[in-house]
Design a protein around this ligand. Structure first.
Ligand SMILES: [Zn+2]
Length: 265
């Protein structure tokens, strides 16, 4: 059994065919799916989907790519939503949050400081409610870690991670888990494969980030949680362990990264 620790089931490609996606994923051995929010407008959607199916949970947060359109009132809305959701067993984390310095327009001084402000405020919410964080670290691996240290965040997952071994160990020493997805199925993904092979087994989890980040056998934007077992099998092969061993370890690791998952698994 596998836990997809990061899947955008509320994205149109998946939300339009949820019944069949959930049915197929379950048949393939995906026993639980964590759905992170991306902006204020998605808070209600991720919560609704997580309640619609027995094997889902959700996180609340503002994704760095949506920060340019967000305002202070969105942070207040997040805090209110989190406060209300603490009584909801399906609510498990703050996410998806982080920093994204991939495109030039995302790293102008103004764009950067707005992203960093929103990230810092959301880390404070995570700290206040003692919740783990689901992190986006695109071209921002070192900066995100420095924020985790500054705000005393010691639990969560660095999703779709693509840093060096040293950078990954920095996150692991801080208490975080490192997550792998379909990107490592490509032959050119040497760095990710090295990480998947060499990091301590206690430190890794798996995800699809679907419908984004497809494995090589799926078209762009058409990824789904159904692909998780095949992606994870590649990780097991790299580590020379059985898929069952990896499934057991990554399930335990996901629960340790996101304690509120425990009663749901
Ligand atoms: Zn994501």
């Amino acid at each position: 059994m596998w836990i997809d620790t990061h899947c955008h089931l509320n994205a149109p490609f998946l939300s339009g065919q949820l019944d069949s996606v959930m049915d197929q994923a379950q048949k393939r051995g995906v026993s639980h799916i964590v759905i992170p929010a991306i902006d204020k407008a998605s808070f209600a959607d991720v919560s609704r989907i997580a309640h619609q199916y027995p094997n889902c949970s959700y996180a609340l947060g503002i994704h760095p790519i949506y920060v340019p359109d967000a305002s202070e009132s969105d942070l207040a809305a997040l805090e209110n939503a989190v406060q209300a959701a603490m009584a909801d067993p399906r609510f498990v984390a703050i996410g998806e949050i982080g920093l994204d310095f991939y495109l030039p327009e995302r790293k102008t001084p103004d764009a950067k400081s707005k992203q960093e402000y929103f990230f810092a405020m959301q880390l404070k919410i995570a700290k206040r409610y003692d919740l783990p964080v689901l992190l986006h670290t695109l071209r921002s691996v070192d900066t995100v870690l420095s924020f985790l240290k500054r705000y005393g965040i010691k639990r969560g997952i660095a999703h779709a991670f693509n840093g060096s071994i040293q950078q990954a160990l920095g996150y692991i020493n801080q208490g975080l888990k490192i997550s792998f997805c379909g990107t490592l199925t490509y032959d050119r993904a040497q760095q990710r494969r090295k990480l998947a092979t060499e990091l301590p087994i206690e430190a890794i989890v798996v995800e699809t980030d679907s419908p984004d980040l497809p494995p090589y056998w799926k078209a762009k934007g058409e990824n789904s949680p159904t692909e998780l077992p095949q992606i994870a099998e590649m990780v097991a092969q790299l580590r020379d362990i059985t898929p069952e061993e990896l499934a057991k370890a990554t399930t335990q690791n996901a629960i340790s990264a996101i304690p509120r998952l425990k009663p749901l698994i």
